[in-house]
Every structure is written in C-alpha cells, then in structure tokens.
Write a protein that binds this ligand. Sequence first.
Ligand code: ZN
Length: 329
Amino acid sequence: MTVRQMLMVSAATLFLSALGTGAAFQGGHERAKVVLTRSIELPGTVIQVDFGEGRFDVGDEVILRHVEGAAEAVATYFGRFPVARARVLILPEGGRGGVSQGTTWGHRGGMQGFTRIRVGEKVTPGELKDDWMMTHELVHMAFPDVAEEHHWIEEGMATYVEPIARVQAGQLEAKTIWRDMMEGMPKGEPEPGDEGLDHTHTWGRTYWGGGLFCLVADTEIRKQTHNRKGLQDALRAVVDAGGSIDQEWPLERVFAVGDQATGTHVLSTMYKRWSVEPVPVDLAALWGQLGVRRSGDDVEFDAKAPLAKVREAITRRVAGTGHRLVHEN
Ligand SMILES: [Zn+2]
C-alpha cells in the first residue's frame, strides 16, 4: 500500500485507527511515542527502526531481524537498498498477532522513505516467516512517485517483486511463489467494461493487473534478449538513475530508462496498449510455456518447457555478498 490508498480511506476510519493506537496522524507525519530506536546498516544505507509502545512476545530483536530480512531481500533484488536514509515505524498492536496496515511514503521527516506498519504483540516466528508485507512496503521505496492514474504500476511492481526478492535472498522457495502467481494472476485479468490500467482502478486491476503487466513484461524482455536481461535489470536501472520513492517522475520516463537498460522497447510498447484498453493474457498458455503446472496443492516444474530457462532466471537465487546478479548467457 502507498500513501494514496491511505488517502482513499475515509477520514473517520483514519481518526478511529489513530485513536486506537494512541497515535496522531498528520499529513504523513507520525506522532506516535517512540520507546526504542535501532538502526540497520546495509551498504550505502541506514534504516532507522522505531518502536512504538508495546511488548512483543518474541522480543524486539526478532522484530528488528524481520525488518532486516525484508531490507536484505529488497537490496538483493535491486542490487542495493534503493534509498540512503529510511525509517520504519513499528506500531505494536495489543491482543493480536500478525503484520498489518503497512503504508509507505517518500520524503518524510528528513527521510527519503518512511514505512509505518502495525505488528501484533502476539506475532509468532511462523507469522513473521510468512509475512510478505514488510518486504512489499520496502519495495515501494524502489520506484518513483508517479501520477495518480498509474497507481497500478506502483502496487503491481511491489506485488510482483516482493516474493521474487525473497526467493532470490533465499527466504522463500521458488515453487511457493509460482503457485501463488498461478492463484493470484487471474485476479488481474480485465473484466467486462475494463478501460485499461490507467482508467480502471479496481483492487484486482491495481494489484494483480499491475503484477500481470510485470510478469508479461519480464517474460517478453527475456524472450527478446535470449534471457540475458529481465525486468529486474530495468527496475535496477530506474533506481540507479535516482528513481526512488522520494522523486516524482512521469511514468514514460520510468519505462524509457527501463527499456534502455534492456535494449528493448517492451515496457513502453506494452504501456501504450495496457494503459488504455483491456489486454487479456492467456495465462494457461503462459504457465505451459514457462513449465509450471499444478500438482495437488503444489506446483511442479517442467524443465523441458520452451521458456523453462526464463522461469528459472526469474526466480534464481542470488548468491554471495554484494547483491551481484549472475546472468545466464
Ligand atoms: Zn503497496
């Protein structure tokens, strides 16, 4: 979730949720009482982690490690953490577990990126292991602020990249995310009356429609470059060009920088159609080409499928330190 969705929530809901945690919400600045401040250092980055009042069953250190794992996954995918100075505010929630209501802003309180997230005081190590939200929020820091109608690319990119980043960092099995994509991507297909991603602001089209755009773009870039480049190279180039959440960019610029990095026109060409008209995707055919098929509750891979190498490249674990990417030649 980014700040725009927050603004779409009614003022009454905001007021109640602020009261519920003893926090005052003013224009994106958080006035919650901070009782503990720690910091996480990654190459080129300091992330300040602030804890609001409360007591976690697992202890603060385990929560801090969870933020660190999410930050490492993001740094692995993008080659480095996307901003030099970031803040994560953990708001403990009494009487419950889980991780919820993450929101991320650019340019707040002297920080390039600011994430506020609620974590239940009873959260378990298992819930933290399954949590995707912390990584999703930090992924938002790796994309510039674009105009309101393009919200789908901000959420779609985070939806698509978050599990891949966790697989590349060795935190998740590749099979898990292909199974999740088989389940989730159909929710991104256009429904009757759809007017393209820039004009159809439903939940399905925003999160999964944007995710579908990313999956199709990734596959197409890899097909056109004989699997030497992918969406990851495009997104890394955007971050390297300074396109993080604290910067405002036209979406055309994001795609131009991305296309230049892959030596293709995939993003700009897809955007021209997908933004203004419904573009259905034959997902059954795509899974077949990528060599992913259902097997009971799980999936199995077909290494002989025509795009099996593309699938392997998308979710290849990135080895070693320095977050270097190894490309298949
Ligand atoms: Zn989001």
